[in-house]
Structure formats: C-alpha cells, structure tokens
Ligand binder design. Structure first.
Ligand code: ADP
Ligand code: GN1
Ligand code: MG
Length: 364
C-alpha cells in the first residue's frame, strides 16, 4: 500500500521539511516509517499508521501514551544530565490539537521524534547489553510507579491472560478455519501439556499475593533502545502500557534478551536460553527494582520467562491456525516457525529452571 507520507507528515506540527519517508524497523503490529527532514540539524520523525484492528480505541490508546510520556518527562527533568529528547518518546501534536490524525481512508496516524543515534537489537550478543536492557525496564517501571491520575485504559483487554489466550486457542482448534490444525498436532500437544502450570501467576494475582502495577507488557528487546555506547537509552512501543504483573515485563524481556537465536529461527538446534544473558538482564533489572518488589513477586520472577515465552507461542500458533490475521508475516509458515521457535525456547528454559531460580535467589 502506498501512502502519501508527505501529506500526512504535514498534518503534524513538526519542525522541519519533509525530505523522504521509508519503512522502518521490524515491529509486527503497525506500519512504521522513518521521515527524514531536509534541514541538517533538525529532527527526523517516526510516522506510524496505527493498527486499529488490534487497538480498537485509538483515542484511549493515545491518551495513555500522552499521560505516560508527560509523567516520564517530568521525572527526567529532575534527573541531572538526562537527555530528555532521547530518553523518552515525544508525540508530535497534529494541526487540530490532537496527537493523531485520521486520513481520508479512515487510517489513524501518529508521529514521534526519531530518537537519534540509537542501537536496536533483535538478538542480544553480550551480557553488557542484556544488563542495560534490564536497567531500562527496571527504571521504566520505577518511574511509572507513582503516576497520578488513576489507572490507564486497558488498550487490549486480557493481553497476557493465559486462561483467555488458551480459551481462544481451543476455540480456533475446533473451528479449524483454514484446515491447518492437522498439520500442527505435535505443537498443540506441547502447548496443552503445559497449560495447567502456566496459570500460577494469574492465581497469585487473584489471591492478592502479587499486585497489579503499571507495566509495559511488550518488553521484547527491540522495544528497548540503547545509545551509541550500548547503554540504556529509551523504552519505546508504549501501546500496551497498562496495569499488569511485573512478571510479564521480566518474562518477555528474557524471552528476547537471553535467546541465543532470533524469535523466528528455523533451525531449532540454534535456540537456547543463555543463562549468562539471563543473569545479566536480571542484575540490571533488580538493580532498579529490587527494593520495591515483594517476596512473592521475587520468588516467581524465574518462572516468568517460561510463562511469557509459552504465551507468545500460544498466540503465534493461534494466529497460524486462524489464517494469519494478527501478526505481520513475511512468508506462509512464518507464524508456525515462530511458534516452534518459542516452544523450543520454553524447553530450554525448563532445562535450566533450577539455575534460573538460584540466580534470582542470590540477587534478591
Ligand atoms: P510495533 O508495535 O509495530 O512494534 P513500534 O512502536 O515498536 O511498533 O515501532 C517499530 C520500530 O520502529 C521499533 O522497533 C523501532 O525500531 C522503531 N521506532 C519506533 N519509535 C521510534 C522512535 N521514536 N525513534 C526511533 N525509532 C523508533
Ligand atoms: C508484537 O509490537 P511488537 O512487534 O513490538 C506484539 C507482542 C508480541 C511480539 C512478538 C500489541 O510486538 O505482544 O510479544 O509482537 N504486540 C502486540 O514478537 O500484540
Ligand atoms: Mg515494537
């Protein structure tokens, strides 16, 4: 689909003249473009066509992001030496005073300042980077812990609710809308075998043993930007910031930060959870949050990567069975390949679970 990016760009109050726009990044949800401006020394921008099939209420979504970024910026203002423009996303207002626009085809668009000189990784190759990722997420959670104004909107209800995810999975297996169920019997069994044990975090929440906090809920490593020296810079992709358990953010980050291969690696023998990367991320994360987590939260941190990696496997396989309506795919079997890779990673975590628990125990 071709869009007139210049016209859309000009609906926002940006500083600078449109030079060109190209698809950017490897997100699975929105259509993201980098807009270069003509003037040297002026900012570039990120322009996004928002996925409003997935995010059904864009004004609420944007309202959340406005609140979160204003709060983060206020915090950064009080920290000496902070680089506010690069450490926090900044939405650009539209000419009619909102933070998004509608085009004539009913698409929703928003724009951010492009965070300059950042590094972004789909796979992490050193403990130093993992540590910095952990610090970034820990700091993000800590800074949002006192955000005033009541709860954020739930932009995707039951986003990490594994009971709901499994219900949908089971319904799609029965419906078998595109005749793929027969081809994935092994993966379905691998998922159903583990279903019961995955409900523990929800149970602890219902029993009041772990609190709902403001969490990011999509902490895959390419949503954490590092700076030119690979130090923590900025947490991006704020669409799912809403109430959640800390385990969701810890788990999703380990799923990506400690995987030796990419999320969709075809050669399963390359996929392993690196215990060194796990340890480094945990150190970074707990250096920022250790004092605020309760004992039960800490005790179940080591379990969190198993839960979230499993949850994403369920979601990829559900989408494959359903005919690929949710995640962007690059080839016919992409969602299946992703689901297989995530299941392999779950198994690697199971093999190393005792070591994971002992690392967390030592750090807390
Ligand atoms: P999706 O939900 O589709 O993943 P994101 O908001 O994460 O969308 O954006 C996709 C990618 O665009 C990111 O992974 C990152 O590479 C890049 N990106 C997004 N916002 C910015 C920004 N403000 N500055 C620089 N790069 C960005
Ligand atoms: C999506 O938006 P992106 O690409 O950063 C998804 C996450 C999944 C991830 C798997 C809103 O993240 O939940 O974990 O893909 N985001 C949404 O790569 O569904
Ligand atoms: Mg993203």
């Amino acid at each position: 689909m071709d869009y007139n990016l210049k016209d859309i760009f000009e609906c926002f109050l940006a500083d600078g003249t449109f030079l060109n726009g190209e698809p950017y990044g490897s997100g699975h949800i929105h259509d993201t473009f980098r807009i270069e401006t003509a003037e040297k020394g002026k900012d570039d921008y990120i322009l996004q066509r928002l996925n409003n099939k997935i995010f059904k209420n864009i004004p609420e979504l944007q309202h959340n992001i406005e609140r979160v970024t204003v709060h983060l910026r206020n915090k950064l203002k009080n920290i000496r030496g902070s680089d506010i423009k690069r450490e926090c996303l900044r939405l650009i207002p539209s000419r009619d005073g909102k933070t998004w626009i509608n085009d004539n085809d009913g698409n929703f668009w928003r724009m951010y300042i492009f965070i300059s000189n950042h590094h972004s990784y789909n796979v992490v190759d050193s403990p130093g980077k993992a540590f910095e990722g952990g610090k970034a997420i820990g700091r993000f959670q800590a800074m949002l812990s006192d955000m005033p104004g009541g709860p954020l909107f739930e932009t995707i209800p039951w986003f990490h609710d594994i009971e709901k995810r499994l219900q949908t999975f089971n319904i799609k297996i029965i419906e078998n809308p595109v005749g793929r169920v027969e081809t994935v019997a092994k993966e379905i069994d691998q998922i159903l075998d583990r279903a019961e044990e995955m409900k523990i975090i929800l149970r602890l929440g219902k029993e009041g043993k772990i609190p709902l906090r403001i969490t990011h809920n999509d902490t895959k490593f390419n949503n954490i930007l590092l700076d030119e020296n690979d130090k923590a810079l900025c947490v991006i992709d704020l669409d799912t910031v809403m109430p959640g358990y800390v385990h969701y953010d810890f788990g999703d980050a380990i799923r990506t930060a400690a995987n030796t291969a990419s999320e969709d690696e075809k050669d399963l023998s390359k996929i392993k959870m690196s215990i060194n990367l796990f340890k480094a991320y945990s150190e970074g994360y707990l250096s920022e949050t250790g004092n605020t987590l309760n004992d039960v939260e800490k005790e179940f941190l080591a379990f969190a990567p198993r839960l979230i990696t499993y949850t994403i496997a369920v979601r990829f396989l559900t989408d494959f069975i359903d005919g690929d309506h949710y995640f962007k795919i690059h080839h016919e079997f992409h969602n299946l390949q992703r689901a297989r890779a995530q299941l392999r990673l779950v198994m690697s975590m199971e093999e190393q679970y005792e070591d994971m628990k002992s690392i967390i125990r030592k750090l807390t």
